[in-house]
Design a protein around this ligand. Structure first.
Ligand SMILES: Cc1cc2nc3c(=O)[nH]c(=O)nc-3n(C[C@H](O)[C@H](O)[C@H](O)COP(=O)(O)O)c2cc1C
Length: 158
């Protein structure tokens, strides 16, 4: 996705670009979101911020899990991303994953072997996925509650 090329502010107006509408539908139809990003100079890359800023309402109440990777795992860029997710009123999975890559992978282009290189992260991965699953169930039960309310309202009206 290129720079934000909408003439208006996404929070206030409807979109004019087909790619923004497609992106919007994509996020609207998702039950949750997983941001996976490298850490660059303690931050996350501009393309990710740009993709986030194309939309606004779509992010609200969406469960979000944050996965970063880099030489130091990416905790600092996860912190930035969390602040943005708070602003967008997303439901943030408490455990973020910060995957530390070896020098051999980063500097020498050695091939990543998830079984070997990510084995030590398995407990955090399990915890984060279980929290994400709780958030997704939470969302569904909110919907279920709304449906029940709606039925009650219909019963009262009829
Ligand atoms: C411009 C640049 C800045 C980086 N800064 C950091 C950093 O601050 N902390 C870190 O842990 N890794 C840093 N790295 C390492 C990257 O996170 C790592 O190389 C990662 O694998 C790059 O992912 P990519 O190949 O998907 O771009 C940096 C890499 C680049 C290219």
């Amino acid at each position: 996705m290129g720079r934000v090329d909408e003439p208006g502010i996404p929070a206030l107006v409807s979109y004019s670009q087909p790619h923004t509408n497609a992106w919007s539908e994509n996020i609207k139809s998702a039950s949750g979101v997983v941001f996976v990003t490298p850490q660059y100079n303690w931050g996350y890359p501009a393309v990710l911020k740009n993709a986030i800023d194309h939309l606004y309402h779509e992010w609200r109440d969406k469960p979000v899990m944050i996965v970063t990777y880099g030489g130091h795992g990416g905790g600092r860029c996860a912190k930035q991303l969390r602040r943005v997710a708070v602003r967008l009123r997303m439901r943030i999975v408490p455990t973020s994953l910060a995957l530390r890559l070896s020098d051999a992978i980063i500097r020498e282009g050695a091939e990543l072997n998830p079984d070997r290189d990510f084995r030590s992260f398995a407990p955090q991965v399990k915890r984060a996925l279980s929290e994400l699953s709780d958030q997704l169930e939470g969302n569904e039960s909110v919907l279920a509650r709304m449906r029940r309310k709606w039925k009650v309202a219909l019963a009262v009206l009829s």
